[in-house]
Design a protein around this ligand. Sequence first.
Ligand code: AMP
Ligand code: GLY
Length: 420
Amino acid sequence: MNILILGSGGREHALAWAVMQNPKCDRLIVAPGNAGIALIAECAALDIEDGGAVVTFAEENSIDFVIVGPEAPLAAGVADRLRDAGLLVFGPSAEAARLEASKSFTKEICDAADAPTAAYGHFTDADAAKAYVREQGAPIVVKADGLAAGKGVIIAETVAEADAAIDDMFGGAFGGAGAEVVIEEFMQGEEASFFVLCDGSDVLPIGTAQDHKRVGEGDTGPNTGGMGAYSPAPVLTDAIAQKALDEIIRPTMAEMAKRGAPYQGVLYAGLMIENGQPRLVEYNVRFGDPECQVLMMRLGAQAMDLMHACAEGRLAEARVNWADDHAMTVVLAANGYPGSYEKGSVIGGLDDLPEDSFQMMFHAGTTEMAGKITATGGRVLNATARGATLQEARDRAYAMVDQVNWPEGFCRRDIGWRTL
Ligand code: AMP
Ligand code: GLY
């Protein structure tokens, strides 16, 4: 098979790494890719949010199967355009991608499906939103309705903070994403991520993970895209995972199908777990980044068969071959991230890393300049490893980190601390 992966992050490097190990893959192109991906696959410049351009590229390169990494092309309807052109694609339609692209849509689906989630109100003007906050009291969560690159959620400790967030959102701080606002009950508990494949009718769990969103050790400081993750998530026991499937995920999938927008692709359910009961925090319509890195490290080549079966509507016959293992990824980010940071620093020490099926340095924001691997983004590298225990995975991942020579970067030293 000729396969095209869309995206350029650590998530896409991990997807490419898993796909390349599968003997069914004859040729792999990643667009646009990064310097790490270029070591294992072909990279091609392409505007991945331009559906017409992606279809033309896929046709010209005799692509048999397209895997869409990030949410933006999905929300822009790229999977629809590919399917309309007769191409096989892993990823939901724009209509189904509203489960991530619109928080009020997701809340409405949860209501219809009777899925446990936070109580909420949905507002299009600031006065009504503020009146709701006064009724409910703080702490309370204020969310921009649309895609805001992970920045559109404010956990307000006081009514004044909630008011300020509401003014910011309606004032345009999040652009069009903040034209509508969802205000939610603050849920207590422990968070975990649950990943399932859905083919429109069947659902197949493919792993659990926990990530560290805050930039600082001990989970302090500003939110980031994720500074590290590990899989499995011990808090998501088999019994709680079953409840999440029965009460949240399957009813959501059934409701989407009923509305004529069956969901096909990976569904990432962010769950809050309290007293053995999962409630939905949010859905994402793609793999998490860096959660994908630990899932791919555990699944290996079978990930491609699973995604292919999903795209072809054959999930009912698909099985995951689980190893009894653990994986961890540690993110190396540019100094200053998630605030402003310098680009263009050279990263040393990458040549002699022991990369195999137990450990991989996945690249995120890197490019090659004059023969040297150079940082181009906030999150730059993901040291990823697996082992028989989480401790073993951790030791391998940090051993890779310690071989990297990059004074302009940093990482958290405590990934996995809650579990370890
Ligand atoms: P999101 O951008 O929707 O992923 O939200 C970012 C983070 O905010 C989530 O991962 C949670 O940690 C937190 N969060 C969102 N909604 C709630 C809620 N209703 N209660 C508590 N925490 C929340
Ligand atoms: N790591 C969180 C996300 O991908 O949304």
